[in-house]
Design a protein around this ligand. Structure first.
Ligand code: NOJ
Length: 517
């Protein structure tokens, strides 16, 4: 396990919308550099920056045209290196985003691969030997390339799938995982990883990490093997580099593939979904929604066995939100969010905060899709820094902004919340400080459920010498968990603990520590 991850609290930055330093209406590296003190002040000591490489931006940069070149709209490679240096000077680690399963259709590899005459990159992508096929779940495109074949895509039409080979090649157009072309793709990806690690980044968030070996790899043993090989070579030279998977399957991502962290993503019906976003049926049953009658056991049933099975191998990363998900303030009030953040920052694993969630930035409904965002666009609007033009995000005219800023007169801002000790931002700061101050609240310290009963919303758990009690409901609640002689390290709302148990007021939390002899 990588040591620096134990005390890491991540902040995800969607670079388009964080801070525009040159007045062109879109965020940039210098903008991020200018806000590093703010991020440090929040208590975040690690960053994940969404893809910031040269791209036609049909999928917000997840369609990479050149893995080794910063997108000019954000700055140069030198600016990005300066960002690494400035972040490190403040004790902040930086992860970039690695899109390993596909490239843009404009990547030079693909431009070469699509040519009619065989060449060295003909096998960098997956080409079929047919141009029509109905059914079979195969995403492939024909009618686009000069080559007498179709090509497989990984996500949107503009994202041809890289060829890592097939686990059990069964068609003439399938290459084996150890074919020269498939191995060359692997080496090319190692080269990209090392290129940025050498320049000073500290690791990667890996996009669609499960998507390397296609179709016949249901159990993902092929994809896991490729990752093991990649990590084997990269870690020899960069043992401190950290990798977080977009996978949401810790048994595979952590235990089989060898990632350090795996995101617990909002997938309909999984444990994480029951916490904040269980509203797709029309009725909101989310655990952190006050008086929704939520049941923490629905989360635990999914989470606990996975946590137990994988905790020796890596960390399950819980998050406030990401660039693909509706912001939590879409349905939750500031107070509900504070209760959730007590949980987020005291659970095992490495927590991730999405920019703006520290001030309760709202999901902007009804925006036209931007750069392939569709419904996700509403979670990607500019950071709200303070009063003044474009809420401090940019000096550009409103019409030139990447996306509009929240137009509502009461749009939350960082500046206003900074001044207010009761703000959401102040609660986030207090909680990250609490986590940094107590080794037992950080990643790796075991987690044990002390109280989670049917029909009761109160939830109590232990992390080493710390006991955490959470009550998201609007009613006072008591858990018969003896907790006398403990020091209160953090309190939200009202609560007390003694030999009989822990009593919490409505929407309240307590973090207690065993008094050391
Ligand atoms: C997952 C990313 O989070 C998402 O934003 C992107 O559109 C797809 N992968 C495709 O790369």
């Amino acid at each position: 396990m990588i040591r620096w991850l134990e005390d890491a609290v991540f902040y995800e930055i969607y670079p388009q919308s964080f801070m525009d330093s040159n007045g062109d209406g879109i965020g940039d590296f210098q903008g991020i550099i200018g806000k590093l003190d703010y991020i440090k002040g929040l208590g975040c000591n690690a960053l994940w920056i969404n893809p910031c490489f040269d791209s036609p931006f049909k999928d917000a940069g997840y369609d990479v045209r050149d893995y080794k070149k910063a997108a000019p709209r954000y700055g140069t490679n030198e600016d990005l290196e300066a960002l690494f240096r400035e972040a490190h000077a403040r004790g902040i680690h930086v992860l970039l985003d690695l899109v390993a399963g596909h490239t843009s259709e404009e990547h030079p590899w693909f431009k070469e691969s699509r040519k009619p005459e065989p060449n060295a990159l003909w096998g960098r992508y997956i080409w079929t030997d047919f141009i029509f096929k109905w059914g079979g779940g195969l995403n492939f495109i024909a009618g686009e390339a000069e080559r007498d074949a179709g090509y497989v895509t990984n996500f949107f039409k503009c994202q041809p799938a890289l060829n890592y080979g097939f686990l059990h090649p069964s068609e003439s157009w399938h290459q084996a995982m150890d074919s020269p072309d498939a191995l060359a793709t692997r080496e090319a990806m190692k080269d990209v990883i090392c290129f940025w690690l050498e320049k000073g980044c500290d690791g990667f968030r890996v996009d669609m990490a499960d998507s390397l070996v296609k179709f016949d790899d249901e159990k993902k043993s092929g994809t896991c093997l490729v990752w093991r090989d990649i990590f084997g070579s990269v870690r020899e030279k960069y043992p401190e580099a950290a990798f977080v998977a977009e996978w949401s399957n810790p048994d595979l991502a952590l235990s089989s593939a060898g990632f350090d962290m795996d995101f617990y993503l909002d997938h309909l019906g999984n444990g994480y979904n029951t916490l904040l976003r269980d509203y797709k049926s029309g009725e909101d049953r989310s655990y952190f929604k006050k008086d929704a009658g939520g049941d923490i056991r629905r989360f635990l049933e999914d989470y606990l066995p996975r946590y137990e099975r994988t905790r020796k191998d890596g960390y399950i990363s819980m998050l406030s939100c990401n660039h693909d998900t509706q912001r939590p303030a879409y349905t939750l009030t500031d107070r509900e969010l504070k209760v959730f953040y007590c949980f987020l920052f005291t659970m095992p694993g490495v927590p991730f905060l999405y920019y703006g969630d520290e001030i309760g930035m709202r999901y902007q409904e009804g925006l036209p899709t931007k750069e392939g965002g569709y419904y996700r666009t509403g979670s990607r609007t500019p950071m709200q820094w303070g009063p003044g033009k474009n809420l401090g995000f940019s000096e550009a005219d409103r019409e030139s902004l990447y996306l509009p800023v929240d137009p509502s007169p009461d749009a939350p801002t960082a500046a206003a919340q900074m001044e207010d000790p009761d703000s959401l931002l102040s609660a986030v700061k207090a909680l990250t400080a609490l986590r940094h101050a107590h080794r037992d609240l950080q990643a790796g310290t075991p987690f044990e459920v002390l109280y989670a009963e049917p029909g009761r919303e109160l939830f109590v758990y232990r992390r080493g010498s710390m006991v955490i009690a959470i009550n998201p409901s609007g009613k006072e609640a008591l858990a018969p968990v003896p907790a006398g002689g403990r020091k209160t390290c953090f309190r939200l709302g009202s609560g007390q603990a003694d030999e009989k148990g822990i009593r919490l007021g409505p929407q309240s939390c307590l973090v207690l520590e065993e008094e050391r002899a």
